[in-house]
Design a protein around this ligand. Structure first.
Ligand SMILES: O=C(O)[C@@H](O)[C@H](O)[C@H](O)C(=O)CO
Length: 474
């Protein structure tokens, strides 16, 4: 029997241990999608307690605590940090099998050198030992990022954001690149509250007077180029449902005018507006050489009472089960027909879509760009051992696993980089299984480059971070 989460954790054969320790373990991290605050990175925020860094914004933990019957006051309410930590310590042992159980202990091990299981009995000691370290001078978020060997962080940013902290970080001596991702969701949701205010902010930040849909597009273009100047290389869209209908600039201009006059537009009009706007944005991304990410099939903010109380991204979301294949293919094909399909990463929150996305990606690959179209890593409810295995097996079954750009944290916590270790262990154990079963030669000349590419080098190449010579040394 193995010891609890020892150095062979998730590595079930000597082959797996060799592959992970020799080729994955020490690779740098490129975290190309997360929700960390660039302000907190710039200010090198430090935390007083483990409750602050663990429980202040991580809705993965909040969901588990609710499922364990913990009162909301001890989750997002005004309970004392120590009481919230004890409530989490009561929840962790109940959550065996959940990745957050594993990540909790990986984080205790990797950042605080604590190798005991967290529960009510060990909580007081862990609270004291962790907080003592957090209050030392070299435990700011920049120290945590550096200790995690992170080379690039792509945050998620609204086009109307002034990116002041990205600019200041770029001018600072912080070695990790912190780059903005262009996330224009609020400009696509013209029937949602806040759309008019958002367009006004877009007008102000782009300095483009928006009196027509063409002006609106020009303003979006201006902001994308601003992001590009600051070093942005990636965009991101939440397509909770995928829609596409042929339309024209004239038709959508009239829809835009109707929306700007304060009227709700019909579902058909919304679809046409989104279709034309997404196609326009895709062309910009292609011209700038950016990567375009589509995060598909989230069903968000299901609990109205809690959405009104806590807002979005607070643990009340689920998978959507919409049909995505046809509209997604039509959207991508519209760009491809104009030779304007950018490098694209397709994620779905519903694993029923895994083979759909893997085969759609295969419909739009292009010579000269290995893995141009990516079936993206297991996302959100799927970034579990089984979810990662399912995604990589589907990709291997239907595409080229060795071109995969690998894992991201998608997190709001500065301790989440252990998710890359978790992923790399799952990857190496998967390849080792194929070797042990005789499906793949036990040949490190074959296996080493694949592991290093999927763990790090593909993301560096795909996102255009390859220019740093040290990238090529690993
Ligand atoms: O980018 C998204 O839409 C999601 O990742 C969302 O931010 C969600 O709250 C999340 O962080 C899941 O990991």
């Amino acid at each position: 029997m193995k010891n609890f989460m020892d150095e062979t954790f998730l590595l079930n054969t000597e082959t797996a241990e060799r592959l992970y320790n020799n080729y994955a373990k020490d690779m740098p991290i490129i975290d190309y999608h997360c929700h960390l605050s660039p302000k907190e990175i710039y200010e090198n925020k430090s935390y007083k307690t483990i409750a602050d860094i663990w429980l202040d914004g991580d809705h993965y933990k909040w969901r588990l605590m609710r499922a364990n019957g913990i009162d909301e006051n001890l989750i997002t309410g005004d309970a004392e940090p120590y009481e919230k930590f004890l409530a989490w310590a009561r929840t962790v042992p109940k959550s065996i099998g959940n990745p957050v159980y594993t990540w909790t202990h990986l984080e205790l091990q990797r950042y605080f050198n604590i190798y005991v299981a967290l529960n009510e009995d060990t909580a007081p000691e862990i609270w004291d030992r962790v907080n003592e370290q957090l209050n030392q001078k070299d435990f700011g978020v920049r120290d945590l990022i550096k200790a995690s060997n992170v080379e690039v962080i792509c945050t998620t940013d609204d086009p109307v954001d002034d990116l002041r902290y990205h600019k200041q970080l770029k001018e600072s001596d912080f070695e990790t690149e912190v780059l903005p991702s262009f996330r224009p969701d609020k400009g696509l949701e013209l029937n949602r509250d806040g759309y008019q205010e958002w367009v006004s902010k877009l007008e102000e930040t782009s300095q483009v007077s928006i009196n027509s849909y063409e002006d609106f597009l020009a303003a979006l273009d201006a902001r994308a180029r601003f992001f590009n100047e600051i070093g942005g290389k990636i965009s991101d869209h939440a397509l909770d449902e995928v829609v596409y209908e042929e339309t024209t600039m004239e038709e959508v201009s009239n829809i835009f005018k109707k929306a700007r006059s304060g009227f709700k537009v019909s579902k058909e009009e919304e679809v046409k507006y989104k279709s034309f706007t997404l196609t326009f944005l895709g062309k910009i991304y292609a011209e700038l050489g950016w990567v375009m990410q589509y995060h598909i099939s989230a069903q968000r903010n299901n609990n109205t009472k809690m959405f009104q109380r806590l807002g979005p991204d607070t643990g009340f979301d689920s998978m959507n089960d919409g049909q995505i294949a046809k509209p997604l293919c039509r959207l991508l094909d519209a760009l491809e027909q104009q030779d304007a399909l950018p490098k694209t990463v397709l994620y779905s929150l519903n694993p029923k879509d895994n083979p759909v996305l893997a085969t759609i990606a295969g419909s739009f690959q292009e010579g000269g760009v290995p893995g141009k179209m990516q079936f993206g890593t297991a996302w959100w409810f799927n970034d579990t051992k089984e979810g990662m295995l399912a995604q990589m097996k589907t990709l291997a079954d239907m595409g080229v696993l060795s071109s995969f750009i690998g894992m991201l944290t998608d997190s709001r916590s500065f301790l989440s980089y252990t998710r890359h270790e978790y992923f790399r262990r799952v990857l190496c154990d998967l390849l080792a299984t194929w070797v042990e079963n005789g499906e793949v030669p036990n040949d490190d000349e074959l296996l080493e480059p694949i592991i290093k590419d999927v763990s790090y080098r593909n993301a560096a190449q795909y996102l255009g971070f390859r220019k740093k010579p040290q990238h090529l040394k690993v």
